[in-house]
Design a protein around this ligand. Structure first.
Ligand code: SAM
Ligand code: SF4
Length: 335
């Protein structure tokens, strides 16, 4: 099927796709238990990963079909060398309005200035614990101070409205909730709690480990400050935001497990080795690398993008008894 230029990426339910998450690597410098295995990680060989030129070509074609926002992720995107150069290349693509990055922050002190000068628009830093002991339990590495220094370095070079992403785990990280909230409020960061999803490489996820957005909201309202609803102008945003009643900052909850937001999902993904995906929990992939490396045309790439969008299911189906988690873990997809 040939696709007319500029045809928007609209799926069978009318969802218009404007956002693309690009995994730039499956490698990582820490080992969060809810994402990666501790040992014997099998990373993709480097020559299987898309080059910056290949990523930029996919983005150029995607932008012709209405993609305006990009998020670079991984694995840990800052371990891919010269990431700032990729950002410069993507900034040049007509139609791209915003480039964001999600990072664990470990390497941010060294790279914040380069990322800023390359034109990175937004930064999300993932941090689940303020105490080194809990950080180490979760990530199986040390590094809280490096992350905190990285956030400060990013603010010093001019990044504003940095988001702090925290995965909360039942019967484990309850003691970190209030310290994280206070830290965010004191440092002008927008904290967002993410529910633990069944995307861990060890396949040890259990719904009893999910600390729900509702539970978190109750704890925050009780122990930090009362919360007030806010309007949601952009319904495709996965987070439900609340203002602190005392006016000091805002907090969000991404309740992917207990309150799925699939009905407004506008996101596509491409893995580090060039597989297009229409859902974190999808079991199908569309091979963009094969097109890129076999003299495929832009029209061929457009067709892959549209096939991927057309096959998108109404929801991730996590609440169905038939639900089977995807074969790939979070670090292999790109969160
Ligand atoms: N390494 C970077 C980082 O950690 O920010 C980017 C990739 S990471 C896969 C992206 C986000 O996914 C992080 O905020 C991480 O906490 C989150 N994440 C990873 N595994 C998860 C899981 N099983 N459930 C919920 N969130 C998860
Ligand atoms: Fe690495 Fe991010 Fe996965 Fe943690 S969540 S192991 S930092 S890719």
């Amino acid at each position: 099927m040939s696709i007319e230029p500029n045809t928007p990426l609209i799926d069978r339910l009318g969802r218009v796709h404007t956002s693309l998450r690009i995994s730039v690597t499956d490698r990582c410098n820490i080992r969060c238990f809810y994402c990666m295995p501790l040992e014997n990680v099998r990373f993709k060989p480097r020559d299987e990963l898309l080059t910056f030129e290949e990523m930029t070509r996919v983005v150029r074609v995607a932008a012709e079909h209405g993609i305006t926002k990009l998020r670079l992720t991984g694995g840990e995107p800052l371990v891919r060398s010269n990431l700032a150069h990729l950002i410069r290349m993507l900034k040049e693509v007509p139609g791209i309005q915003e480039i964001a990055l999600t990072t664990n922050g470990i390497l941010l002190t060294d790279q914040a200035a380069d990322l800023k000068s390359a034109g990175l628009d937004r930064l999300n830093v993932s941090l689940d614990a303020m105490s080194e002991a809990m950080f180490e339990r979760i990530t199986r590495r040390q590094g809280v101070q490096k992350v905190l220094d990285g956030i400060a370095a990013a603010q010093a070079v001019g990044f504003r409205n940095i988001r702090l992403n925290a995965v909360a785990i039942q019967n484990l990280t309850e003691c970190e909730i209030v310290p994280l909230a206070n830290f965010a409020r004191e440092n002008d960061l927008h904290l967002r709690f993410i529910e633990f999803m069944p995307l861990d490489a060890d396949r040890a996820w259990d719904k009893n480990q999910v600390l729900s957005g509702r539970q978190l909201r109750e704890i925050i309202s009780r122990e930090v400050a009362p919360l007030r609803d806010v309007d949601r102008p952009d319904k495709s945003q996965p987070a439900v935001d609340y203002d602190y009643a005392d006016g000091r900052q805002r907090i969000g909850f991404i309740n992917s497990v207990t309150e799925p937001f699939c009905g407004t999902c506008n996101r596509l993904r491409i893995t580090a080795e060039g597989q297009l995906r229409n859902c974190l929990f999808g079991t199908e992939e569309w091979d963009a690398r094969q097109v890129l490396r076999n003299s495929g045309t832009d029209a061929d790439l457009s067709a892959r993008l549209h096939d991927c969008v057309q096959a998108k299911k109404p929801s991730h189906g996590m609440d169905s008894p038939e639900f089977v988690p995807p074969e790939r873990a979070m670090y292999q997809i790109g969160g």
